[in-house]
Design a protein around this ligand. Structure first.
Ligand SMILES: Cc1cc2nc3c(=O)[nH]c(=O)nc-3n(C[C@H](O)[C@H](O)[C@H](O)COP(=O)(O)OP(=O)(O)OC[C@H]3O[C@@H](n4cnc5c(N)ncnc54)[C@H](O)[C@@H]3O)c2cc1C
Length: 416
């Protein structure tokens, strides 16, 4: 399609939507980018800041349910369920459980790897384009497990990554000291070299949006209340009273995308897999690079303005109030590895991962409206896969070859 005469509305200025807007404007499209928050202030604001291509395995897998009682009963455990919200979360949890079979693990591994193979190249290009190459660091990832048994329980995930080209190695105590000097740990330690991290995910994401705006995209700071598509036109009605008209619509509203998809097509099996962070401005130490606790499912990442402790999972309604005890527990967990960790200037945050039941994103035309493209559901990896998704969405809109099979990410895959 002739991009010069085509006006695209992009809803959502997170890592995914901002990347879509930037690729579209660079491909010559007229773009309007809408978000009720400032760019990069949704889920993309407070994540663990890691570009994590080796993570190709799904979160529902054979045997996962055996761990759940232990996870739920441990104060520092990686998972909680808000029991009062169970009527709302149970259908998704059921669907998620059904995806957790051996065939699903293989399918997810292949489909995630097909995206992950491109993320570093796409990041390099997008950071170069937006003048932000200094925000990315290549320090790999260190993973810690308390016991051999805990590591063996997760080993399949690292082996799956390795089968798709993302290697890992066990490291000695001396090597651990070299990679991450302040860590004190006498259990299992791994090193995953393919990981990178950004010094500021919010600033970086905002940088993508601002580059799109500087290149000609219109920025609208408002809430989209209603969307309509048909006969080659799209309309978005805004809370502030304005109505936006365009030729194409990109729904990149992260965990809120189902509210728009339900108006256009139908809601897909996506749930907010909530996570927390505590950001410590004065940690009193230099970690050297990201460290993940395999037992407690959180990551410690050194950022430009302090040390971020981010992770864990909480299943609750999208609009449920935060439980910041989950963020405080992260500091106790971190002190298991960093006994001298300071907590000066600590702030807490809740974020909602847009988590599909099969752990794969939606990067897809709408089944009912050729004017609409969906780009959401990236779960744990929206920061990682944002630039790649922006490139693929632009290829879908332009009718260019995306260079990979996009069928695993189809919107309608749960109905076929
Ligand atoms: C604790 C935690 C740690 C994580 N760590 C990592 C990590 O290390 N690496 C990684 O790759 N990923 C990580 N993630 C996941 C990652 O943050 C998300 O996958 C990613 O931010 C999703 O990006 P997005 O652009 O789809 O959504 P968002 O960043 O949430 O953007 C969606 C935007 O849409 C806007 N919006 C929604 N509805 C409307 C509407 N109706 N009108 C107007 N605007 C609307 C919102 O305001 C928001 O700004 C983590 C997540 C959490 C919670």
């Amino acid at each position: 399609m002739d991009s010069r005469n085509t006006h695209c509305l992009v809803i959502g200025a997170g890592a995914v939507g901002a990347s879509c807007a930037l690729h579209l404007v660079d491909a010559g499209y007229r773009v309007t980018l809408v978000d009720r928050l400032e760019p990069g202030m949704g889920t993309s604001y407070g994540n663990a800041a890691c570009i994590s291509p080796s993570q190709v395995g799904p979160y529902s897998y054979p045997g996962v349910w055996k761990n759940i009682p232990r996870w739920l009963l441990t104060r520092e455990g990686p998972m909680t369920i808000r029991w009062g919200d169970l009527p709302w979360t149970a259908p998704w949890l059921w669907r998620f459980w059904r995806e957790g079979n051996a065939a699903g693990v293989e399918r997810c591994g292949q489909a995630q790897a097909a995206l992950m193979r491109h993320v570093h190249d796409d990041y390099a290009a997008q950071l170069e384009r937006t003048g932000q190459t200094g925000l990315l660091k290549s320090k790999g990832l260190v993973v810690l497990y308390d016991t051999e048994a805990a590591f063996e329980g997760d080993r399949w995930r690292y082996d799956l990554g390795a089968r798709h080209g993302f290697g890992w190695e066990r490291i000695s105590t001396a090597e651990l000291k070299r990679h991450r000097p302040p860590i004190q740990h006498d259990g299992v330690a791994l090193y995953v070299p393919s990981w990178k991290h950004t010094l500021d995910p919010a600033k970086m994401t905002a940088g993508f949006a601002h580059a799109a705006i500087e290149a000609g995209a219109r920025w609208v700071n408002d809430t989209v209340e209603a969307v309509i598509a048909g006969d080659g036109r799209v309309t978005a009605r805004l809370a502030g009273g304005e109505t936006l008209e365009g030729d194409r619509l990109v729904v990149a509203a992260g965990p809120w995308s189902n509210q728009l998809a339900a108006q256009l097509d139908y809601a897909v099996p996506m749930a907010p897999k909530r996570g927390y962070h505590t950001m410590i401005a004065e940690p009193g130490l230099d970690l050297g690079g990201p460290v993940m606790s395999g037992d407690r499912a959180f990551v410690m990442t050194p950022l430009a303005d302090g040390l971020r402790l981010a992770g864990t999972a909480e299943f609750a309604r999208l609009d449920a109030a935060p439980n910041y005890r989950r963020a405080k527990v992260l500091v106790d967990s971190a002190r298991r590895y960093l006994p001298d960790l300071g907590a000066g200037g600590a702030t807490e945050w809740l974020g909602q991962r847009p988590m599909m039941a099969d752990s794969l994103p939606v990067i897809s035309p709408s089944p009912g409206h050729p004017e609409v493209i969906y780009a959401f559901g990236h779960g744990h990896y929206g920061l990682t896969q944002g630039p790649t998704t922006g490139r693929l969405v632009t290829a879908l809109l332009s009718g260019d070859s995306p260079g990979l099979d996009l069928s695993p990410y189809r919107f309608d895959r749960f109905r076929r």
